[in-house]
Design a protein around this ligand. Structure first.
Ligand code: NAI
Length: 246
């Protein structure tokens, strides 16, 4: 399928996990993909770039640096001449009970997951307004919808991202720019690999489909929301959680 031929897609944190799967799925469907990697992860980003070939460009970016986010979007548009899709995938989780949670950890989670996405949305809006078309997909989380003990900062950042998604969807709808979110459940990535086996078993028991999600399960949902098949969908939060939360 070549439904993204002629389109430029920007994926943050595209060197591994869900971001990597999104890069590969967009590329498979004909898009030119600009992928960003956290400074230090260049080797894994290069590997993804090689899999995509000539249709990939690779950029270092720390999304906490809002000026760098603006500059990155400008440079991507300069290189590829347009920006059709932005996927705000870069994110971190720092867990802990509120009583002992440190200010700096709260700031790191909110600055990465929420402020970074805001800065990139703001920057991407400019070329998309010029084109009078575009799609933004934000990676939220099931815990942004249902909450989770020990994940107050992470849940707050993802709930914030859902609010951002819905407000921006209203702001940009008249210019044919759609803004949606995917809320993954528990997905088998480095983020969840760190969890103890017992926690994982409990998680799986709470999932109706009886397994953790795969990165490809999420990538397909992201690509769907970014594409023509979702042309009448905006401000939506698509649950991709195996029936863990309905
Ligand atoms: P991951 O840890 O494998 O990948 C996250 C990516 O973000 C990495 O490439 C990392 O380098 C990048 N990143 C982190 N901080 C950054 C920064 N300051 N600037 C730029 N890039 C940065 O995680 P995974 O699982 O692939 O997660 C991707 C997204 O999906 C995240 O937003 C995460 O919160 C969300 N998500 C993941 C779930 C899971 O079960 N794995 C569940 C729900 C949501």
């Amino acid at each position: 399928m070549n439904d993204f031929a002629g389109k430029t897609v920007l994926v943050t944190g595209g060197s591994r996990g869900i971001g990597r799967a999104c890069v590969l799925e967009f590329a498979r469907r004909g898009a030119v993909v600009a992928l960003t990697y956290y400074p230090g992860n260049e080797a894994e980003a290069q590997e993804v770039g090689q899999l995509v070939g000539a249709n990939a460009s690779i950029w270092p970016l720390d999304v906490v640096d809002t000026k760098a986010c603006t500059q990155l979007v400008e440079e991507v548009v300069k290189k590829h001449e347009r920006l059709d899709v932005l996927v705000n995938n870069a994110g971190i989780a720092i867990d802990g009970l509120v009583m002992r949670f440190r200010d700096e950890d709260w700031d790191a989670v909110l600055d990465t997951n929420l402020r970074g996405a805001f800065a990139l949305c703001r920057a991407a809006t400019r070329p998309m307004l010029r084109q009078r078309s575009g799609a933004i997909v934000n990676l939220a989380s099931v815990v942004g919808e249902m909450g989770n003990a020990g994940q107050t900062a992470y849940s707050a950042s993802k709930a914030g991202l859902i609010g951002l998604t819905k407000s921006l969807a209203r702001e940009l709808a008249s210019r044919s720019i759609r803004v949606n979110a995917v809320a993954p459940g528990f997905i088998d990535t480095e983020m969840t690999a760190k969890l103890p086996a017992e926690t994982k078993e409990k998680m799986v028991a709470s999932i109706a489909l009886g397994r953790l999600g795969k990165v490809e399960d999420i990538a397909r949902a992201v690509v769907f929301l970014a594409g023509e098949g979702a042309s009448y969908i905006t401000g939506e939060v698509l649950k991709v959680n195996g029936g863990m939360y309905m």
